[in-house]
Design a protein around this ligand. Structure first.
Ligand code: 2HG
Ligand code: ZN
Length: 440
């Protein structure tokens, strides 16, 4: 248990920029038995508990909003098994995603979810937030890979749900409900994950555009041509300008937007598919299309993409990160509206993200000490535009504390009520990660 003020500090913050939330202590559980004990004692003494993975979350999901105990699973780092016949892995929640992906790859298999923080985020956190990432375009998000869970409810009861098989329809899909519940239902102590065979070959291209709207149109064209990239990532001019000179891959001067497109599959079909994507980009007005020439160049391109979030953060006092998702066809219109909103509110905005999914990370950048009212106004306008275009307010970063205000904008009272009732089924006294997702 950590009580010492200095050592406790890192358990009180995350990557949301919401600041520090005080708590009594952090418990670093090393086993399911310890998680059970904490949740039993906390229930008996009515102490709030906030579960936590690596703290890389972007919306405050792991911040101890009501104080009490932070329950970290970062020390539960066992990869219990990787079964190459069943295509299943069993892991503890504290395993770092990047370490897991490497172990899976060493066994000749593939685990697709790849949030940008993969070098430090944990699988437990990925499950709690239903993390996405660039490869979600072809392979889907974390939920698609969680076959079964062992978790502990507030009070200490162990709940096993799901299965080890690829299919199964017995009862309600409680596993799916736990994934993405942001640590408000139960604390996962063991995850049974689905694996895939490793794709034999991968190719990556970078298309350069005069503006992000043309890049958005290229996405639609590529899909119409039947191309099925595993990732289609967009960076707008503001993001590119921030990254220039700070990343391993030198992004082209004067680019108004770039699309990073990656395909995988059999080597024979891949060249053809790559050409189709290149043609779609050219037809949408690409100024240049560059194909990664080596594994090193491919890695540099991805490292450059993954630096978008940390670089914008380093260079501005505040970075208010939105994570909206719109239907794919509405993306060019959403990009137009982002420009209009930035101009009207007179705030700089940098946009990048998972264009193939219509999932845009829109970052309002503020250098003043106090975030001005017009920045909040711009966020409200972005949320309104998203809903008008039949989108959703959060694509992959969760609601946590940060987007709570907007949940009733998207969801009607009957849906909100049934979700509150569901929360009470798992945690009747509202002690597990209280004060999250739904405004009181
Ligand atoms: C991204 O697309 C991510 O860069 C940033 O959504 C957040 O990986 C993360 O934790
Ligand atoms: Zn993302």
């Amino acid at each position: 248990m950590v009580r010492d003020e200095e050592r406790l500090e890192r358990f009180l913050v995350d990557e949301s920029g919401l600041g520090r939330f005080p708590a009594e202590c952090a418990v670093l559980a090393e086993s399911r038995a310890e998680v059970e004990l904490v949740l039993r004692l906390a229930q008996e003494h009515r102490v709030p508990v906030t579960p936590r993975g690596a703290g890389t979350g972007m919306t405050g999901g792991c911040l101890p909003a009501k104080g009490g105990i932070v329950l970290s699973t970062e020390r539960m780092t066992k990869i219990v098994e990787i079964d190459t016949d069943d295509l299943v892995a069993v892991v503890e929640p504290g395993v770092v995603l990047g370490d897991f992906a490497a172990a899976v790859e060493a066994a000749g298999l593939f685990y697709p979810p790849d949030p940008a923080s993969l070098a430090s985020c944990t699988l437990g956190g990925n499950v709690a937030e239903n993390a996405g990432g660039p490869r979600a375009f072809k392979y889907g998000v974390t939920r698609e890979y969680v076959l079964g869970l062992e978790s502990v409810r507030m009070g200490g009861e162990v709940l096993r749900c799901g299965r080890r098989t690829q299919k199964g329809v017995v009862g309600y899909d409680v596993t799916a409900a736990l994934v993405g519940s942001e640590g408000t239902f139960a604390v996962a102590t063991e995850l049974t994950l689905k694996l895939l065979p490793k794709p034999p070959a991968v190719q990556t291209l970078l298309a350069v555009f005069a503006d992000p709207i043309a890049a958005g149109q290229a996405v639609t064209r590529a899909i119409h041509l039947g191309a099925r990239p595993r990732a289609l990532e967009l960076l707008d001019r503001a993001t590119i300008d921030h990254l220039r000179g700070r990343t391993p891959y030198r992004l082209p001067d004067g680019a108004g937007a770039v699309l990073l497109c990656e395909l995988d599959g059999d080597p024979e079909g891949l060249d053809h598919a790559l050409m189709r994507c290149a043609q779609a980009c050219e037809a949408a007005g690409a100024i240049d299309v560059l194909i990664a020439q080596s594994e090193q160049q491919r890695r540099d391109l991805w490292e450059t993409r993954r630096r978008a979030n940390p670089t914008l953060k380093e260079l501005h006092r505040h970075k208010i990160a939105e994570d909206v998702v719109v239907p794919r066809g509405a993306m060019p219109e959403m990009l137009r509206r982002i420009d209009a909103i930035a101009a009207a509110a007179d705030v700089p905005i940098a946009t990048y993200g998972h264009a193939g999914d219509g999932n845009l990370h829109i970052n309002v950048l503020v250098d003043e000490e106090q975030i001005p009212e017009r920045a909040y106004g711009a966020i409200d306008a972005l949320m309104r535009a998203t809903l008008e275009l039949r989108g959703s307010l959060a694509g992959e970063h969760g609601v946590g504390l940060m987007k709570m205000k907007y949940v009733p904008w998207e969801q009607a009272p009957p849906l909100l009520r049934i979700q509150r009732e569901l929360k009470r089924v798992f945690d009747p006294d509202d002690l597990l990660n209280p004060g999250k997702i739904f405004p009181s």
